[in-house]
Write a protein that binds this ligand. Sequence first.
Ligand code: HEM
Length: 705
Amino acid sequence: MGPRKLIGVPLFGGRGWVGWGCGGGGLCEMPHRPVKVSRVLQPGPRQTTIGEVLEFHEMPHHPKEVAKAIQPVQTDVKLPLTPTPSVSRSGGRKDVNSCRCASRPCRGGEGNLARNSTALASLMAEPMRVRLEFEDHRRLLTKSQRKDGLRCCWILLGPQLPTVADLAAHLVRSFALDRSCPRGIRLYERHPSRICLLPIKKHYLPVNSRTNKRNKGEGSCDFQQNTTNIHAILSEETNLKKKEHMNKTRLLKAYEHAGKEEEIEAAAVEAPVVGNLHQVGKNPHLTLRALAERHGPLMFLQLGSIPTVVISSAHVAREVFRAHDLAFAGRPTLYAAERLSYGLWDVGFAPHGEHWRQARKVFMVELLSAKRVRSFRGVREREVASLVASIRRLAPSSSSSPIDLSRMVVSVTNAVTCRAAFGGGCETAGSGRACWGGFCAGDFFPWLRWIHALDGLRARVERLFGELDDIYSQVIEEHLRGGCTSDHGDLVQVLLRLREDPTQRNTFGSMDHIKGLLTDIFIAGTDTSAATIIWTLTELLRNPSVMARAQKEVRDAVGKKGAVEETDLHDLPFLKLVINESLRLHPPAPLLVPRETTEACAVGGYEIPARTRVFVNAKAIGTDPASWSNPQEFQPERFSSGGDVRWGECFEVVPFGVGRRSCPGINFGLAVVELVLANLLYCFDWEARLGRGVGRGGGDWIGSA
Ligand code: HEM
């Protein structure tokens, strides 16, 4: 039989998904206070960090106090620095062994300067910034410095300060600390941290003559060096305030000064009431990525009435989810999600707590564990075979009329998930998905939810809810009647069994609890896998050489068997790289599923209050030039060196999310994706239809078998 032509229309026309209930916005006034975090960064257009942190501490007298002082920075705190020369008033050095400075008795008394024998020079091939925090400044700073409100500042390190001891000496001179700490100060090294900061130019300030004169008078500050001092900070503050006043921009604050909020970064204009919501546009993940390129990978936004944080780089994600996974494990209550999950009785949108824990455990054990996923092999192979058969049927060799491949792929992922979870197939209300994705006014103005009665959203959500409820009722009824066709016991059977268990009453006690969980199957498990398949095919069409290599691999491995079976997938390492690369470039949920902080925590020097909404921009992280070379290029080989990607733990590519709320369905989803793609590549040849772009703007596909 000659090659048969078939045409499919990419599902998303080249545009990524908006994600579940995601939204965006512009920058707004930052509602957070800086906290005690100090760090060293390399400057540069993208603010890469070197993970080195220095903290400027006063040194208490008593050993117990020392322990207390270092406790908050525990883990790998290395008490710094070996005995060192101290700094005399004039800046000269003499050796001492122990630091006693900066606490009360050291004022005019004992003190020393700790010295790090490790040269900073290697870290300072380029200038770096250090954030200094003046703790207990009553004892450390002079009266006038306190009055001026010095608490923290930035300092620029350069080759003129090759060691930590030199830095400490420099600080003593710059801030006239030799009066209060005649024997110097000690600097503490803190555990590595990755914190995003704004470009260095914002902090690199010329010293004005007034400042210069005043400090020269004190005979202690070296203004010829690239350092920022308190007076420079003050002048920056004044300049920025003027700037803010003039252009009416909202500014992010970078440091605290005398208890007032300071600003360092001009951002988008915020409108009354809506904040910056109107600036988000149709593709929030792209808008937010563009904003992050300008304003840094940790942004604070006001989206309607919701304070929001957006994380857009791997190093910020790492800091957030390594140190504060629990605090970021909440989910906001979104309008459509609340209704469709029967009042948040699901896993995906449930607030973090006991119900979520129990329900997720059942999901994992009964449906999504590696063993269970393997047991559904037959289901997958049957459904994929039927997909291939229907493509062949719909696209006879002579025909060039388009077929809706996207719909067929959604249908196959849906069928696999339903058979595994319910023991039978069922058609979902695909049209209703529009209510779930995207964002709606009620999610950003909770007091405005009534408006969805007028704009039609409530009706759409209710219609979808009704359709899903009918399916669930039918499935549950069948199971109660004992008419379930599943050979291995499905999720619904397990949930019904748990319903009878008095100890599980709170989690699975009512039908609504069970139906809420089933919603996750439709919402989380179907479209995501389908999107991955469609995007991968789209990228293969855009990159014919990659397509050729992937096809050769699969055809060589499978030979003349006629179809790819799951056992063949082990021999397709390149296909796996292709899928990884596709997930990097096109995460199906580009802003993941929104999170909400459950408690206040500090990230990157800022305090993030409880109940702040959090978006992790997976699209921005996956295309961040700081993590990826040629990030927009489709290069599957880039994944070949690091072994298998540990999804959920790798911060450079996060299509399945990160931390404790990351996707539990990775094995399940990827098993379908791999099998479908392998078969589509094995059974058909694909090429872009002439004259039509592929992906962007919606190109057609032509395949031949
Ligand atoms: C390629 C396929 C898939 C992708 C790309 C994907 C992606 C995601 C993402 C981004 C999240 C949010 C993670 C976060 O907030 O950090 C998520 C959560 C979730 N996914 Fe998936 N998913 C896929 C397949 C599946 C499948 C097949 C199932 C189940 C049948 C599933 C069930 C869930 C559930 C229940 C959650 C909520 C987890 C929680 O909040 O604790 N996913 N998924």
